[in-house]
Write a protein that binds this ligand. Structure first.
Ligand SMILES: Cc1ncc(C[n+]2csc(CCOP(=O)(O)OP(=O)(O)O)c2C)c(N)n1
Length: 276
């Protein structure tokens, strides 16, 4: 089998494992934000298992999707399965939003939306001053682009040409109480980002081949890069895929098992595709 195919199978298998772990976490905790984590699962898988290097930093600005981050850190073996079991429990450090200075390789607390890109801008500037080539990857949602602070950070990154910052927008078109289009329309988003002097790519955020192309493209960029990752909120949650309810609702009755079955089935299809 070609090396690339083995690589894609490995990424799909990592993504499945990450999703299964956080779905169990949500199921046990009877917690919401399942849709937010499903939307970002391939983004974090690709960043942590393909794109990021040891000294790169990661900021999950959409901190309410903490479970996908914790699960990815466990997949890296930077958190133990025992840590994972404490999600949402009293005295845990795996709270509903990522805490500061408690998680390996995660420098900041996040979850108050709209702040992550400013933190990334600060790291980008510090690295420039230290003449370091290490990067910072920041994942924002689309809804949080309604916050003015995001655009201030974007101006700063572009003005200082902080090419060590890679900004990824998990664009699933849904927020907590409505679609992004209804609440405050961002379109045409790519044009706005380009006008802000970013290099901008729009990709299928669930597709590892598209991520590979984005990663290759990044090395040729002359401006800071923003990747619009088109995603589906609640992807593969049998009942609430691409539904607003995937934001706050926990699993009901058999939904957890149904979703697992769907993921396992999809994974078998992906592996078969890369075997052929
Ligand atoms: C400053 C701020 N305002 C409100 C909230 C409450 N809140 C949590 S998630 C969310 C919306 C989620 O939609 P989006 O940001 O698009 O994220 P995703 O769809 O990726 O889950 C809101 C309003 C918050 N965390 N921070």
């Amino acid at each position: 089998m070609a090396d690339d195919n083995i690589r894609y199978i490995n990424l799909c298998t990592r993504a499945l494992s990450i999703k299964k772990r956080f779905l169990l976490m949500y199921s046990r905790a009877n917690a919401g934000h399942i849709g937010s984590s499903l939307s970002a699962a391939e983004i974090l898988t690709f960043l942590f298992f393909e794109w990021m290097q040891d000294k790169d930093e990661f900021i999950l600005s959409k901190g309410h999707a903490a479970a996908v981050l914790y699960s990815t850190l466990a997949e890296k073996e930077w958190l133990s399965e025992e840590d994972i079991d404490s999600f949402y429990q009293n005295d845990t450090f795996l709270a509903a939003h990522p805490p500061a200075n408690k998680l390996p390789h995660i420098p900041f607390a996040t979850g108050s939306l709209g702040h992550g890109l400013s933190l990334a801008a600060g790291i980008g500037m510090a690295r420039r001053l230290k003449q370091s080539e290490d990067r910072v990857f920041c994942v924002t949602s689309d809804g949080e682009l309604n916050e003015g602070s995001i655009w201030e950070a974007a101006m700063f990154i572009a003005h200082h040409q902080l090419r060590r910052v890679v900004w990824i927008i998990d664009k699933n078109n849904l927020q907590g109480f409505g679609s992004t289009q209804e609440v405050m329309n961002l379109d045409p988003l790519a044009d706005k980002l380009r006008a802000f002097q970013f290099d901008c790519l729009e990709i299928d955020g669930h597709n590892f081949e598209a991520w590979r192309e984005a990663m290759d493209y990044a090395s040729t960029c002359t401006k800071p890069l923003a990747v619009i990752a088109n995603t589906i909120k609640g992807r593969d949650w049998a009942t609430y895929e691409n539904k607003l309810d995937s934001h706050y609702l926990p699993f009901k009755e058999l939904q957890y098992e149904e979703t697992l079955q769907r993921l396992e089935h999809q994974h078998r299809e992906q592996v078969a595709k890369y075997h052929n």
